[in-house]
Design a protein. Structure first.
Length: 749
């Protein structure tokens, strides 16, 4: 058993594992990271990688890397290779435990035949539309198709012929035989196998039937003896089938599924399907485009694995979905790079400066530190200085506002590490643009300090024109211009046109000329950059901006400097921006509602109804449940208003109906309208909260499952969900789940 410290404040996953080990329910810890090889991994997958590999290491266990390759039409070996590269780059290794769903195709097939022989699976020859219609709705039970009662012999014969390739795609499917009246739609005879005459990247043409993910995944976990199957919340409803399948098959190991919140990051999309649209549509240069939230894109942008791991740990593991401010990721990147990368001088938009009183033939060097004083690293480099320099155009204004402390006609400014100079003359081109500045320097200010003690507020960066190395800067920014790009009909309409700005004429100090691709720097006053690992080479340097020195998007937190307000020094703004970014405010349901005028009106109308429904419960219904019923409609097209929604939420909160029944009523209201109270009464949906009425149902469920009762009493407390689900199914979702749990605990203790 692991001696892992069950310290206070650990997340619920680690607390669960620690308890499992402490009580003897588990003797070891085995987790898995199971991506489908149909695209590149993104930052959301990184969170799962850090969790699964992390907890395995913390508790002295093992984590498997497994490819769920059950769909031959979308998977490719290049994705397999990229995923392995990403996991290793993040700092993890599977120690020989590399598996694929396709490794188990034969065992899965054998298990399917076993289910058929047990009367728990059948071959259905209905069309896809017929199967969909036969499943019923959230308020109507499913109905059997005419093939549900085929004999075991006929099902075995058809299934074997499916494998032999006798039938075309779509002719038959294999379905589990469970419960067509289950309130969980996924339990209404889910499909296990379908015919696909497609070549698999590993097995070739050996198979023409392929298992579905929901069938394959629990089997893989069981065969690999995974103890803790950690997945995201969208699979919560799948857990009932997961448990049913594991209990129905002759497998030695009994894994358990636990769900945690997936990562939803502002200014990004996390859907592989949508990311593929960006790639195929040419909106980005590929999966590793530095604007993409893929691990490959972040790596090419210059982000380190340490920063991603730190970000994942800061986000933490929770049971409730929420959006994370991207500033939290950017802060983790800055914090990591600040402590590790050297500083150099680079001018992004060069403006020539001629120091008229500096000898033309002179060149001197300044010793410039590679790291600031707050970084525990040492070293310096020589920076050459000559008569002609480049400064950044943004550091000069011909008619500056009050508070502008950089260079202007007749004003002095300090050149970083060098001298104080004064602008004496402005040279303009034929179109009136400033093309050159004539300045003088004070030779008594070497190092930037005036001998007479005069104050010079501004300090700017520069490079010697004679020694400068030309380079290309790729200024990457957030890919989308709104926090939630999926709020509209087409997420691509919110693409940020300024997500990539290319500066081809930038100039950098010569100390970096021969550095290899992939070298990281902080360009002083500009941001963190890395030389592109593919496009950069000596003589043609290309730098990708990893992140700016401060959060330039935080306009709602920090007001823009006006013409009359002094501009703060960049160094101070960096510090304050980072303090703001850790931690960012959570995005609440009401925040999401506020982004949609129709949602906001419905919410306001519901609050105006003055029911006993709480504000938070109404908001939760609108954000989580309403979108499912909208389908292709807008909120104004719904046949009910905010007052009716508030009444429905009140019925749920006061215990008149259960949560599942509330969803049924919402579906009816969305389809037909009506008063929620009348719907409850006419449909008989009132909650059953009387313990005496529920007692015989609880007794019947326990009597029919003696093996599970013994397992529960032996420590498999996860079966409580199974028992509750059985009671809920028998009552059509009307049983009060808390009363059911109380009755079950009383009888099982």
């Amino acid at each position: 058993m692991s001696t892992h410290d069950t310290r206070q404040g650990q997340d619920f996953v680690r607390a669960m594992i620690a308890e499992d080990l402490a009580t003897g329910r588990r003797r070891r810890v085995v987790t898995r990271f199971p991506p489908e090889p149909n695209g590149y991994l993104h930052i959301g997958h990184a969170k799962s990688i850090v969790l699964n590999f992390g907890v395995a290491a913390e508790f002295g266990g093992e984590c498997h890397l497994r490819f769920d390759d059950t769909n031959p039409e979308t998977e490719d070996v290049r994705y397999v290779e990229s995923i392995q590269q990403d996991v290793r780059w993040l700092g993890y290794d599977w120690d020989g435990h590399l598996h694929c769903a396709s490794d188990y195709f034969e065992r899965m097939y054998e298990f399917a035949e076993y289910l058929i022989t047990q009367g728990k699976a059948y071959v259905d020859s209905s069309t896809e539309e017929e199967i969909r219609e036969s499943r019923g709705t959230v308020v109507e039970p499913g109905r059997p198709t005419k093939y549900r009662d085929r004999s075991v012999e006929e099902n075995l014969d058809l299934f074997r012929r499916m494998r032999a390739g006798e039938f075309p795609n779509g002719a038959h499917v294999l379905r589990a035989k469970i419960d067509l009246a289950s309130p969980n739609m996924l339990m209404r005879d889910p499909i296990l196998y379908r015919i696909r005459h497609a070549s698999h990247y590993r097995t070739g043409d050996a198979w023409c039937i392929y298992p579905l993910y929901d069938y394959a995944h629990p089997i893989e976990d069981a065969l690999e003896c995974v103890t803790h199957s950690l997945c995201t919340l969208e699979f919560e409803n799948n857990r009932e089938f997961y448990d049913w399948l594991v209990e129905s098959l002759p497998v030695e190991c009994r894994p358990e599924q636990t769900e945690f919140a997936r990562l939803a990051l502002d200014y990004t999309v996390m859907s592989k399907r949508k990311l593929l649209q960006l790639v195929n549509g040419g909106y980005v240069s590929g999966w590793d485009d530095p604007r993409m939230p893929t691990i490959a894109g972040l790596r090419r942008r210059g982000v380190t694995p340490e920063a991603i791991r730190s970000f994942a740990e800061r986000v933490g593991v929770s049971k409730a979905n929420s959006r994370v401010d991207i500033a939290k990721l950017e802060f983790a990147i800055r914090e990591d790079l600040n402590m590790r990368v050297p500083r150099v001088l680079c001018v992004a938009r060069p403006l020539r400066v001629v120091i008229t009183n500096y000898p033309e033939t002179w060149t001197e060097e300044f010793d410039a530190p590679l790291y600031p004083h707050d970084v525990p690293l040492e070293g310096s480099r020589k920076v050459p200085f000559s008569r002609e320099l480049y400064i950044d155009r943004d550091d000069f204004m011909e008619d500056p506002p009050k508070g502008f402390h950089r260079l202007a006609p007749g004003r002095e400014v300090r050149l970083r590490y060098a001298y104080i100079i004064r602008c004496e003359e402005v040279i303009k081109g034929v179109n009136g643009e400033v093309v050159e500045l004539r300045c003088t320097y004070d030779p008594n200010t070497r190092g930037g300090t005036a001998a007479d003690g005069r104050a010079v507020k501004g300090t700017i960066h520069w490079v010697s024109a004679r020694h400068a190395v030309k380079c290309e800067l790729r200024l990457y920014d957030r890919l989308f211009r709104v926090p939630d790009p999926e709020q509209g009909e087409d997420f691509k309409e919110f693409l940020n046109p300024e997500s990539l700005v290319v500066l081809e004429d930038a100039c950098i100090e010569p100390s970096v000329a021969n550095d290899p691709p992939g070298t990281r720097y902080q360009f002083e006053r500009l941001g963190y950059f890395m030389s592109d690992p593919f496009d950069s080479k000596p003589g043609a340097l290309v730098y990708n901006r990893t992140v700016t020195l401060r959060d330039s998007w935080a306009k709602q937190v920090e007001a823009k400097p006006s013409a009359g307000r002094p501009e703060r020094k960049p160094e101070k703004r960096v510090e304050k921006a980072e303090k703001r970014a850790a931690p960012p405010p959570k995005v609440t349901d009401t925040d999401i509602i506020a982004r949609d005028p129709d949602m906001q009106k419905l919410y306001d109308d519901a609050l105006a109804a003055k029911t006993q429904a709480s504000d938070t419960a109404i908001a939760r219904f609108i954000v989580n449940d309403l979108p499912r019923e909208l389908q292709e409609r807008t909120i104004p097209e719904l046949p009910f208003e905010g007052a009716q929604l508030a009444q429905l939420v009140e019925l749920v909160e006061t215990g008149v109906i259960t949560g599942p029944a509330g969803k049924e009523v919402l579906a009816i209201m969305a389809r037909e309208g009506g008063d929620p109270r009348e719907i409850v009464e006419t449909r008989g949906l009132r909650a059953i909260s009387d313990a005496g009425e529920l007692a015989p149902i609880v007794e019947a469920v326990l009597a029919e499952n003696p093996g599970k009762v013994d397992d529960y009493r032996g420590g498999r407390t996860g079966l409580m969900g199974f028992f509750v689900g059985q009671v809920m199914a028998r009552t059509g979702g009307r049983a009060n789940p808390e009363v059911v749990k109380t009755e079950l605990n009383r009888r099982l203790s």
